[in-house]
Design a protein around this ligand. Sequence first.
Ligand code: ATP
Ligand code: MG
Length: 421
Amino acid sequence: MPQKVQRVKGVNDILPQEAKQWQALEHVVKQVMDRFAFGEIRPPIFEKTELFARGVGEDTDIVSKEMYSFSDMSKSSLTLRPELTAGVVRSYIQNNLQQISPVQKLWYEGPMFRQERPQKGRYRQFWQFGAEAIGSPNPEQDAEMIALFYAILKELGVEKSVTLKINSVGDSESRANYRSSLQEYLRPQLSSLSETSQRRFESNPLRILDSKAPNDIELVQDAPKIRECLNEVSATHYAEVLKMLEVMEIPYVQDDLLVRGLDYYTHTIFEFTSDALGAQDAICGGGRYNDLVKDLGGQDVPAIGWASGIERLLLVVEALQPLMAESGLDLFLVVQGEELRVKAPKLINDWRKAGLNCDMDTLRRSMKAQMREANRQKARYVAILGEEEYDQGVVQLKNFSTGDQEVVLFEKVVDIIDEKL
Ligand code: ATP
Ligand code: MG
């Protein structure tokens, strides 16, 4: 016997029943994006490796160990996108989007690829939706971005079980200030830091705050806080963002250890976490990236964005309330009689054209088996068609929930079902 091919480790099949939940979530996302005046962008799934090396940062976990890279026939190195901010910014620059309007508000949805150790809530192909606002340096743009994700949580009915953690890493001057005071604090204990943190001590000391090594965690508890090293411009920006969140009644907690894994952040950074999840508790992460557009060869244009993991968000939604699980089938056509096999498809096609969700048997099963199938699919109505009915232009229309059955003309079926829906 030929061997079965298994799916690749760390990727998922999303089957039809589950896909309904996804569609319901996507519907909410799309609606809220429209309300906030964000336009959808669909960049490619793979890009030149260089884009991520430069755009995400060589020293990040993503670029240093998680990318799916390959070379194509022209021998150039390509990479399956591990995130989409770099791709959106590349597209913004390449398509001169700043010429259309000085602020571009874009959103996206799609699969991302990272070679991580698979576990609950952590996959090698996973889905994100996200948003980027490119063009405004002002705190009201930060506040709008956060309000946008909060609105989606509210629409899903899960905002109460989610925490917004926020921090600021300031502008480059503030980060330089902080970098030296953090290094000064850590230097005497350098040798007791984890290997990774020792390596980052020079290259990217802020990331040490993010370390998962128990000893590092303890050490950084008493480290100086970035907040205290912000220069006036940065401190004012941050304070105004917090003020706007308060005015909009969006609860937050300040997290002094929040630095986020990517190199490109400036000023506001944030994460939404949920207690409904285990170790992988982040459902959304983002922040301001004022230098990225310039670093990728565009003009000096500030921006802010976030991305949310759909699998994790769905786990939170499921833990609280199923989005929807109802069958969408209006009508199942049960056919009895050889002759009708050629005629029934036209009938069901007409109902489908009129907008009904219909199905019929294609296995030539018995009438009893067809009724069972209609039942399994939770059809709201069954139309029973025999030779005699066909000759009179009628079906026996049975309402599955009440059991009522009536004789109905072909052309009246749609009206009757629409009326009772
Ligand atoms: P984590 O700390 O959990 O690794 P991250 O900081 O790497 O998250 P981001 O790059 O900010 O995550 O991506 C934004 C969101 O995408 C995360 O908050 C999470 O919901 C989701 N996400 C990231 N990596 C994965 C993954 N491997 N599998 C499933 N979802 C993921
Ligand atoms: Mg990660």
